[in-house]
Design a protein around this ligand. Sequence first.
Ligand code: ATP
Ligand code: MG
Length: 551
Amino acid sequence: MAENENKTVNFIHRIIDEDIASGKYGGKVYTRFPPEPNGYLHIGHAKSICLNFTTAQKYGGRCNLRYDDTNPVKEDVEYVDSIEEDIRWLGFNWDKKLWASSYFPKMYEAAETLIRQGDAYVCDLSAEEIRAYRGTLTTPGKESPYRNRSVEENLRLFREMREGRYGDGEKVLRAKIDMASPNLNMRDPVLYRIAHVEHHNTGSTWCIYPMYDFAHPIEDAIEGVTHSICTLEFEDHRPLYDWVLKTLGWWDPRPQQIEFARLNLSNTVMSKRLLKKLVDEGAVEGWDDPRMPTIAGLRRRGYTPEAIRDFCERIGVSKANSTVEISLLEHCVREDLQGKVPSRNVIFDPVKVVITNYPEEQTEEMELENNRNVPAMGTRKIPFGRELYVDGNDFMEVPVKKYFRLFPGNEVRFKGAYFITCQDVVKNEDGSIRELHCTYDPATRSGSGFEGRKVKGTIHWVEAKTAVPIRIREYDYLYVENEAGEMVLNPDSKREITALAEPSVAEAQPGESFQFFRHGYYIADVKETTEKEKVFNSIVGLKSSFKTKKK
Ligand code: ATP
Ligand code: MG
């Protein structure tokens, strides 16, 4: 793990520092990452993963992976597998893998304890009635007519609920707290509900299921979690979290809930529910579509774990909700890739060049550096010959002002090869360009130390006979803002083109990344790249639109 990763000081770490100083948990720091296995993890989860795991690392503590599977909705092994793959890929290892559903018996016992203490009751009001009785922020709630049932009656009814004597919604178990509390969450919240639904782990053992606010503190306490980090929406639920533990007598030491602001990213929709909808409706090609903000999508897109961890580090941890510009994430990706991946010549929108004074049958091997920032990455040889291709936008028949690339009469450097002068534009009958006739100056060979004259433009090229056709998918944001400021699906988020690459690109392995010289960063798609056909995803462009703040 990179050294700088444990250096963050944020408000959560300050709380932990104080807890260590006061001996609150005997110096222990135990965190958890608690996903609900109902979808793939996204970049927002990465923030929570980085925070929980690096916090444990920083303090020599532990971090569990706990599946928060108390809700018996469709949970899929596909999701479970993807969650584990994604956490490992990000570079973290959990201490234990746990399932909240394995605590159902303990949760049930805890509920009976509350009933016996007079702290919970079975209520027959319907969901709508409960809502109506709850009151509002400005008006107090009304007590349920079932609130003062005896302990015996409550125990009997709760057991009957568990035995399946009632239908969904007929009865609930509620905490008996305070219907006049200024915090709506404390107005006799529901602890258990009836749901005659199979659970992926417990099958049909249970037909009553605990609510999140009751289950979560119990899960944390059972596991000995010291610092239960969650997002800001749960701040108003903290008094209930504490009430559950205090009332059960699981208070000293108790886990403490700490809230931080969730990650919001521009041009990005980040809720599993909405992402699932995109997948189900076929708006994308799956959870790992390279346009998706899922970890799986980012991985397939060519983002690296190092870049994502760097991003999570840079955005920091705070209590204030805000939206982070996606260009910061892109900046982190670019910074990571530029020191890692080799450069290759790839021609988009090819224009043919014939070097008329170059011998017909001759070819040469030219030596080009793999990464100009990293000399240790060495060089590669690529063939040069009489017929070549250059990029369409590296030629202008009638140049605009300050255009230094190819145009009739102009001399440019072919990167790593020779100085080339455009002599003539040869056209097809329809007026389109067939090829450019050029000449080269043998004295200007790259590496020969030629210093006779300078040229302003340097362009890249591939040799025609050995060029390899590849497929490239250029991606744009999945969501864009319309004039009304709403996020809407971008109809042009994927564009496929073919391009011509230097021969070495034919060896690209699935998952291998490159800089396509002067174009951007690209990764050989893990699913569609084969021995025969190379398919690339655009990762990120070369230029940053992100402005680093002046220090
Ligand atoms: P979603 O709304 O996307 O489904 P969720 O919060 O319901 O997200 P969970 O599986 O319950 O998803 O989340 C696991 C953990 O990840 C929780 O602790 C949650 O707070 C955290 N988390 C989820 N989204 C974000 C986010 N955007 N930023 C930071 N943390 C997040
Ligand atoms: Mg959730």
